[in-house]
Design a protein around this ligand. Structure first.
Ligand SMILES: Cc1cc2nc3c(=O)[nH]c(=O)nc-3n(C[C@H](O)[C@H](O)[C@H](O)COP(=O)(O)OP(=O)(O)OC[C@H]3O[C@@H](n4cnc5c(N)ncnc54)[C@H](O)[C@@H]3O)c2cc1C
Length: 277
């Protein structure tokens, strides 16, 4: 027989939410619930004993934009982010479109995607590449943290009873975005997403970011800086140097599995050589 649920809290604002969380510190935030129930094959679902539903906290569903950035509440559904259209940077749109099917994206939230314990889900790589920042809130205060510092193995940098409330994504103009997903977690393998974005201003490569996120974050900032400011198309030699640096970074990282590392390297090499003569 399924274990009985003890309690489900459905707070209508932050005060109620943090009051409940202070009284029941073991309560687990519940957004769309899709990751929480993922990979449960039994007929009866196993749910956390005490659930803190985020569904009625209106502040978590806000979206707004200025000239500089797009702000998205943690409870915004993945489907609704895609529906914003061209405002959303292509790297993020493509990563979201690669997550399951439309029905699941209508339940799953961006906050649940970012806060998964253990490993990073598919939105992490584009958010890191785009320099997104996250607002984290507790009963006492709130703080901002960059997407690149948010995940420090073995999990998200959330303190006890801290909630992700919203994220800010800078709205830069990226001239080329590529997305590639590796592995299949539902069949038990390691996996992750690689994002490659670049700016081309009058045939000068003015910015380049290549980020993999999964069990770990892989990024070689020195290799990116090495190519920044170079004329496009790149020389074969510069493209080759970039590949060599990435190969070395992957070797030093020692993660994910050798198979996925070799697939990542293959993809990085092919993307960078496409920018060369
Ligand atoms: C069949 C299936 C296929 C899937 N395929 C993919 C895929 O291809 N790629 C992918 O990335 N994901 C996939 N997922 C996982 C999941 O659906 C999404 O990543 C989704 O975005 C999770 O959001 P959610 O709202 O359902 O999170 P939930 O399941 O509600 O929460 C996930 C975790 O985050 C915590 N949490 C949620 N919101 C907050 C918050 N605001 N602050 C602090 N902690 C919070 C929860 O406590 C929980 O630990 C799949 C899921 C299923 C069931």
């Amino acid at each position: 027989m399924a274990e009985q649920l003890n309690q489900v809290f459905v707070p209508r604002g932050f005060n109620e939410l943090f009051n409940a969380w202070t009284r029941f510190p073991e309560a687990v935030p519940f957004a769309g619930g899709t990751q929480i129930i993922r990979s449960q094959a039994e007929a009866e679902l196993r749910l956390p004993k005490i659930i803190l539903s985020l569904s009625e906290v209106g502040e978590l569903r806000h979206m707004s934009r200025t000239e500089q950035y797009l702000e998205i509440g943690a409870m915004v559904k993945l489907r609704d982010i895609i529906r914003l259209g061209k405002i959303v940077p292509e790297a993020l749109t493509r990563a979201i479109e690669g997550i399951a099917g439309p029905q699941l994206r209508g339940l799953a939230t961006i906050g649940g995607n970012i806060c998964n314990p253990g490993y990073q889900l598919d939105c992490a790589a584009p958010l890191i590449a785009l320099d997104a920042v996250y607002e984290l809130r507790s009963a006492q205060n709130s703080r901002w943290i960059s997407a690149s510092r948010f995940f420090s193995p073995p999990g998200p940098a959330l303190k006890s009873r801290e909630l992700l409330t919203r994220l800010r994504i800078p709205l830069d103009q990226w001239d080329f975005s590529a997305y590639r997903k590796f592995g299949n977690r539902d069949s038990g393998s390691e996996g992750g997403v690689l994002i490659f974005i670049m700016k081309n201003r009058k045939n000068i490569l003015t910015d380049l970011r290549v980020v993999f996120a999964g069990e770990c974050i892989l990024r070689d900032r020195n290799a990116e800086t090495f190519l920044t400011g170079k004329r496009l198309p790149l020389s074969f030699r510069d493209a080759q140097e970039f590949s060599v640096r990435w190969r070395q970074s992957l070797q030093e990282a020692g993660r994910p599995s050798p198979l996925i590392r070799s697939e990542i390297l293959g993809r990085v090499e092919s993307l960078i050589h496409n920018l060369a003569d």
